[in-house]
Design a protein around this ligand. Sequence first.
Ligand code: NAD
Length: 255
Amino acid sequence: MNIRIGIAGIAGRMGRLLADEVVAAGAQLAGGIDRPGVAASVATLLPDITALAQVADVVVDFTHASTTQRHAEALAAAGVAWVLGTTGLSAQDEASVQQAAQRIAVVQAPNFSPGVNLVLALAGRMAAALPADAYDAEIIEMHHRQKVDAPSGTALGLGHAVARGRGVALETVRDSGRDGHTGARRAGAIGFAALRGGQVVGEHTLLFAAADEQIALTHRAFDRRVFASGAIRAALWVAGRPSGHYSMMDVLGMT
Ligand code: NAD
């Protein structure tokens, strides 16, 4: 079956690479959408998400969080599978993704690189093995100067993996953006630090710092093509699957 893939955000940094990867994978590039007035030379530009859903079996979406609720409703109504890479989603946006996943197959990942997903799996196992009161978990990330959300979706994904490994909810232990007289570190907190600069594609380090030893897991992406090829792999995997909320770990067979 020649799977028809549509791209939301086709003129963006990720969108252009996704278009290349669709062709490289031997699938059909059904078309794309972007903001009104934005030109894209790589594929047929359609007026909106509803029009894109009419010509695609799967929509791969790397846009902006402000589109999420609209895209969730349109794709669920059209019965078209959704690969969602956009980050910086609000709780309401996330709820709309969960609602859509009751009607369509959705693969959502803050990071589509195979290496990061392996790190995510290790993070949970390490957190379960290392006592939270002795091993302080800190997550440090760096990205290019254009990135609009912080901490990155991947950093939050690492935080959730550590929290799950410890049997707590991230929201109850999250410590982001320390500044000024913060007081001593809370036992069991999961700390975040976000650096922005230059054209760094994506770097993440998860630290477990104890009094007598320290463990660091670092992932560096050198080329954002690693996310694009992962997302298209997810698109080929999800086409024709039953409705549900899937992760990149499902795509990689790591669950
Ligand atoms: P970008 O700004 O270069 O591209 C985003 C594109 O979406 C732009 O062309 C923009 O015009 C378009 N867009 C914005 N609003 C739109 C709308 N309402 N309708 C249609 N198109 C719209 O950004 P980018 O670096 O390509 O990243 C896009 C998103 O993907 C971000 O949220 C980023 O954090 C995320 N991202 C995720 C991964 C991952 O592996 N999950 C990897 C890289 C980036």
